[in-house]
Design a protein around this ligand. Structure first.
Ligand SMILES: Nc1ncnc2c1ncn2[C@@H]1O[C@H](COP(=O)(O)OP(=O)(O)OP(=O)(O)O)[C@@H](O)[C@H]1O
Length: 717
């Protein structure tokens, strides 16, 4: 039974009108000695604004940059913050899966060359649980719904049977035959990743040609490749639909396999219509094929999609014995089982080697806390590789540039002349849907192959991406669903490795921990002051203020002082030109827009009304809340939220559809009309896709709950 955290009973929600009385604020919470308290009084409480000289704020941060500038007023970070509720986190038993089995691939009835490729090219010997269960079932010719945790080896679970079956075909496959297997994945990076895996497996079977279609690439060259022939075709749904409509060279008469990888994401992104078009096109030319649906999370949408696209499927779910599911040590094949009961749908398996943390941080302290965390991991610890998730592309761009220009300098050298050690420690990268495909691919490759680095990204990187050796996942903004949470943290602790995650919540968002607990997700708390305390280790942030060694001890006042120095670095940077101020304001606006689009079931936790604009502005390095922004963006949004009917029709929906398409889909068309139409077609009562398997033409999925980008996902621009 999940206990409800005391956080739910908090009496105060931060509001711009009335800052709360603190019960446990970042200041009050720190155990200060009397003398230190006096200093704190001087430092932070005497006045809301603390004046720093440029030398003080930048000493050690940019040794060369000591020219005189006007004094900078940095308002107190530690005053008037909302209380941080005590987090009596509910302890729940997480669903666990055993990743590896002791069974070797050579136990399977596979072509010897395929086995030796797995062993020597992929360097793998033992199967994972999901592979052990899936491969024999798929080799038997059955349809399957495969669910297992993130990073458990699902890609090979379908790639190996596909390659095995195609190389064994009696009449040898010709390139000009066209596709025998169609693999649909939600994102371009995932398409590339799956393509790479298939390509490796095909090394001994050179007559079988794999190919990838994804948005952002020249359609003309894709058409040329299609004309030459692709036998294993990997694509994002949007791009494939585009080719189906406009390319004559695409035929599906020989399709033997249809794979839907990351099926929940495909649905979440509103690709129902595209999937329908694809299934209709395939079905029109071939009836006999195997269908496989894979997902790390079994959401309602996935089971519905399975229900309508799989024929008499085997359900493979790698839960441990505690949950009474299949036993990976069992030699027999899993029984055909009905789709899982509802309560199981709500729980997600999480790698046992993943330590999950949460921290409650007042908005004013959010920027310095994230920066302190990055400093701690990348400056004081070795070989750290971190992914930080944000709500929108603008946020990624903003924080990427802000950190890039400021944090490396904290290593004691100007950003432009970083010593190699600093540039390696603070290797910032970013990934989001507004980037050119070429750059996205380059970043993906670079981060994949790097031992260290900090990748700032949107949820475009949340699903399916296999980025080895990631040690930390930081969620600067909470995800819009538990499934998204699982996928984000699933970028670490893959395939049995250890990993950690940190979710940063505002005090008003503390109840989100309960929401996670109700899905059997356990997080332990790290206090914000523990995160900030690393700043006292950083000589570069000590400032030039005179003081005895004692008063410089790592006490709470010193932590606060250094946090303020760091905040000043950010504010200096942002306020160094009008252009940067307006850039920060735009990022703030993007945050508010995105924040307003959390799904309805989370609105009681994430509501724009809970945001203190002035405090949030601080986390963008802005010294004051932008006036016009407060009125236009927030009030308008509030109005919409009060009028769900209006909300449905806002331009945001259209913009959102465009954005999501640009992030995840073909990259050819960002058609708003298309999404509109899609929603219309997918109305309840329309023809279910089961018809597809029986040869009738399919319209959009009948019972499919509308998870169009606007109501299922949020405005993540
Ligand atoms: N049998 C194996 N032995 C060792 N490593 C493996 C094995 N199978 C897969 N891997 C590796 O594990 C990593 C994760 O695999 P994969 O990306 O297929 O996981 P996944 O279950 O699809 O994850 P997600 O749900 O996040 O997409 C990859 O780097 C892959 O090469």
């Amino acid at each position: 039974m999940v206990q409800h955290a005391e956080a739910t009973k908090r009496k105060y929600r931060a509001s711009s009108e009335a800052p709360p009385a603190k019960r446990r604020s970042a200041v009050a919470f720190l155990p200060a000695k009397k003398a230190a308290a006096e200093e704190a009084q001087r430092t932070f409480k005497g006045k809301a604004q603390k004046t720093f000289s440029p030398n003080e704020s930048l000493v050690g941060v940019s040794g060369k940059n000591r020219e005189q500038k006007p004094c900078i007023r940095t308002s107190s970070l530690f005053k008037n913050n909302p209380e941080i509720p005590e987090l009596h986190r509910p302890v729940v038993k997480q669903v666990q899966e055993q990743v590896f089995t002791s069974d070797a691939f050579h136990k399977l009835d596979l072509h010897p060359h395929l086995i030796s490729t797995i062993n020597t090219v992929l360097n793998m010997t033992s199967m994972t649980s999901v592979q052990k269960q899936s491969i024999p079932v798929l080799l038997e010719g059955r349809d399957a719904l495969v669910r297992s945790q993130t990073g458990s080896g699902k890609t090979l679970a379908y790639c190996i049977p596909v390659v095995q079956s195609l190389q064994a075909m009696k009449s040898k496959i010709q390139r000009s035959d066209g596709p025998y297997a169609l693999v649909l994945v939600p994102t371009r990076e995932l398409a590339l990743q799956s393509f790479n895996t298939v390509q490796k497996l095909l090394k001994p079977f050179t007559w079988i040609v794999p190919g990838v279609l994804m948005g952002g690439e020249r359609k003309k060259s894709e058409k040329a490749r299609l004309r030459k022939g692709i036998n294993i075709l990997i694509s994002t749904p949007g791009r494939l639909v585009d080719h189906i409509k406009s390319t004559k060279n695409i035929h599906f008469s020989r399709i033997r396999w249809l794979i839907l990888d990351e099926a929940d994401r495909i649905l979440d992104l509103g690709f129902e219509k595209d999937i329908t078009v694809i299934l209709n096109a395939v079905n029109a030319e071939c009836q006999q094929r195997q269908n496989v649906l894979l997902s790390a999370t079994l959401t309602e949408g996935v089971t519905r999609l399975a229900d309508i696209s799989l024929l008499d499927p085997v359900q493979i779910s790698v839960l441990d014995q505690h949950h009474g599911q299949s036993d990976p040590e069992r030699g027999t094949l899993p029984e055909v089982s009905p789709l899982p009961p509802d309560d199981e749908l709500d729980s997600f398996a999480i790698p046992g080697s993943l330590d999950q943390h949460v921290t409650l941080v007042p908005s004013k302290l959010k920027l310095v806390s994230l920066a302190a965390f990055i400093l701690q991991k990348c400056k004081f610890e070795k070989d750290q590789k971190m992914i930080i998730f944000f709500l929108s592309c603008e946020l990624v761009e903003f924080y990427y540039h802000l950190f890039l220009r400021t944090l490396p300098a904290c290593s004691g050298a100007p950003a432009s002349r970083q010593p190699p050690s600093a540039s390696t420690r603070f290797k910032f990268l970013r990934l989001h849907g507004n980037m050119e495909q070429e750059e996205r691919t380059a970043v993906f490759e670079e981060f994949s192959h790097s031992k260290t680095g900090i990748l700032l990204c949107t949820d475009v990187a949340a699903r399916g991406l296999d980025l080895p050796q990631v040690t930390w996942i930081v969620q600067y903004n909470a995800p819009s669903s538990p499934a998204e949470y699982i996928h984000r943290i699933g970028r670490t602790a893959r395939i049995g490795c250890r990993g950690s995650s940190l979710l940063i919540l505002a005090p008003s968002e503390a109840e989100y921990v309960n929401s996670l607990a109700s899905h059997k997700i356990n997080v332990s708390e790290i206090h914000v002051e523990d995160i900030l305390s690393v700043l006292t280790r950083d000589g570069c942030l000590k400032g030039s203020r005179r003081g005895t060694q004692k008063s410089r001890a790592a006490g709470p006042q010193e932590i606060q002082r250094r946090a303020t120095v760091l905040q000043t670095v950010f504010e200096d940077y942002v306020h160094s030109s009008e252009r940067r101020v307006s850039w920060a304001k735009k990022a703030l606006q993007s945050f508010i827009r995105a924040y307003a689009t959390y799904p309805r079931e989370l609105k009681h936790i994430f509501h724009v009304r809970s945001l203190h604009l002035g405090h949030v502005a601080k986390s963008f390095g802005l010294r004051d809340a932008p006036q016009n922004l407060g009125v236009s963006a927030v009030k308008r949004r509030k109005g919409n939220l009060n009028r769900p009917d209006l909300h449905k029709k806002t331009r945001g929906k259209h913009r959102l559809a465009e954005i999501l398409r640009s992030e995840y889909s073909s990259g050819i068309e960002a058609s708003v009309a298309k999404v509109k139409k899609q929603n219309k077609h997918a109305a309840p009562g329309s023809q279910p896709c089961r018809a597809i398997r029986t040869g009738r033409p399919a319209s959009a999925m009948g019972k499919q709950k509308q998870r169009s980008p606007c109501n299922g996902k949020t405005q993540r621009d």
